[in-house]
Design a protein around this ligand. Structure first.
Ligand code: HEC
Length: 460
């Protein structure tokens, strides 16, 4: 098995697959895609030093498209008329069989690979790279948390966000089709059927006593870098993380772009007996309000500032239920740990292979002015099967950024020049004598081609 270049020290297991019969990572030495298993995770101490929970990737993707009878009930609700019922029924759909009850260990839920038959699935190839999946809960490192992003009293520097996403059986069916041949992902199959639901749990490592809404927290222990600022060679540590947000994406035929996005924010001050129920609906989004070009954001929220001009997002108006939160650019829907100059649909509309478009107009060297026509390309209502930029050689991945990441990671891994014996290492004609760095810190080079990193945020 080839080792990832990023695997830091001997205390870290490289790519691990836990199935007894499993083949290791797809590699030239293991060419049988039919029996291959995707790696479960990248980071965990050696087994002699660790006896806790171990994450397993749910990867028995359904071979057949689920029938109409499996459509989630909440798709019957008109989200424009009754956004709250839609969100609460969606929450119940995601929680069912996954959350722990009152008095139970909150770490003990979401073991979706153990369900029989499995109802929820993970995206493969999120283990790869310095931010790849850790082995306790399968969390990937996502973004920095800025001081005062969550509350005025939150002064902690170096805060980080971690996340793990779950695809229902409709979504799992598409993952299985794209990744049918583990050595050749087929992006032409990247189209999720109506009925797909994806939910994602997001955690932060900021001290909970600095954030009033993180009292009575849901905490998960995970094997993570000590802080956002630590270098990728710093050994990982076990840290307690607190649940801050749960994202929802639903492939719903009622939605003009194909998808509805929604999010929940944690409010422990409500002190509900089942801690998971402290996740309150923040809002819902079915469009990007392409005509609203005023440049406003609220990155250090004292109060939530909904914008009445915004018509294609609905924000929870109840300030007793929802903690102060920053929202997205000019009041569009965004979560508390998302970039405030963006919105759910803005970022997700860029999802493509190869990633030749940055996720946000600010994630490039010479960003356009906020509100300019160039900027507003990120706030259009393109349909999820449309290309973000038809002049570029890219294929859309149906707004799924995990699917785009999985292929980017796989290609990056495949292109690594780390064949271990010199006899296997043959330079291609025309290859440069030394490796050439990408033109900007927002980019990377894969097989000589420059792509954007699929990032949720950059340092602001
Ligand atoms: C600044 C960019 C950005 C914003 C804003 C953003 N996301 Fe994402 N999202 C990502 C990236 C990158 C991923 C892939 C990595 C991961 O899982 O976090 C992702 C993954 C997801 C997934 C997993 C499914 C998939 O393949 O895309 C869901 C669901 C999701 N986001 C929902 C949301 C919701 C809901 C919002 C708004 C409340 C939101 N996102 C805002 C960048 C963004």
């Amino acid at each position: 098995m080839r080792k990832s270049r990023w695997t830091a020290a001997a205390v870290v297991l490289a790519v691990v697959s836990l199935d007894a019969k499993a083949q290791p990572v797809p590699s030239k030495a293991q060419p049988d895609p039919a029996t291959a298993k995707f790696p479960d995770f990248e980071f965990l101490p050696l087994p002699e030093n660790y006896h806790g929970r171990v994450f397993r990737l749910s990867q028995q993707y359904p071979a057949d498209r689920p029938g109409e009878d499996r459509m989630p009930e909440f798709f019957k609700v008109d989200f424009r008329k009754d956004w709250r019922t839609y969100m609460m029924q969606a929450r119940e759909y995601c929680f069912r069989g996954n959350i722990t009850g009152v008095g139970e260990d909150v770490e003990n839920g979401w073991r979706v690979a153990d369900q029989d038959p499995p109802r929820w699935f993970h995206m493969p190839w999120q283990h790869y790279g310095p931010n790849g999946r850790e082995g306790v809960h399968g969390l990937t490192r996502e973004a920095p948390v800025q001081p005062q992003q969550l509350a005025q009293t939150q002064v902690y520097q170096g805060g980080q966000t971690f996340a793990v996403g779950f695809f229902n059986e409709f979504g799992g069916y598409t993952i299985g089709r794209v990744w049918k041949d583990h050595n050749n992902p087929d992006v032409s199959k990247a189209s999720f059927p109506n009925g797909t639901v994806i939910c994602k749990l997001l955690f932060v490592d900021v001290p909970t006593d600095q954030v009033p809404s993180l009292v009575h927290p849901v905490q998960w222990t995970a094997y993570v870098p000590p802080s956002y600022n630590s270098s990728s060679s710093t050994p990982r540590v076990f840290k307690k993380l607190a649940l801050i947000q749960m994202d929802l994406a639903a492939r719903d035929p009622q939605a003009p772009t194909g998808w509805v996005f929604g999010t929940f924010q944690y409010n422990g001050a409500l002190n509900r007996p089942n801690l998971w129920e402290n996740l309150v609906p923040l809002g819902i989004q079915w469009g990007n309000d392409p005509d609203v070009t005023v440049n406003a954001s609220n990155p250090q929220p004292v109060v939530t500032k909904p914008n009445p001009q915004i018509k294609q997002s609905i924000i929870n108006p109840d300030a007793k239920e929802l903690p102060p939160t920053h929202l997205g650019w000019n009041g569009r829907l965004d979560g508390p740990v998302d970039n405030p100059m963006s919105s759910c649909m803005s970022c997700h509309s860029t999802a493509s292979v190869p990633a030749l478009v940055p996720l946000n107009p600010l994630f490039q060297s010479n960003p356009p002015a906020a509100g300019s026509p160039e900027w507003m390309k990120w706030f259009r209502n393109i349909h999820c099967d449309e290309s973000f930029d038809p002049s570029l050689p890219i294929k859309p991945t149906d707004f799924s950024l995990q699917l785009a990441t999985s292929i980017q990671n796989f290609n990056a891994w495949k292109s690594l020049g780390t064949a271990l014996s010199a006899s296997e290492y043959q330079a291609k004609a025309g290859a440069p004598e030394r490796s050439v760095p990408p033109p900007s810190p927002y980019q990377l080079r894969i097989n000589g081609r420059v792509e954007y990193k699929i990032l949720r945020d950059v340092d602001r």
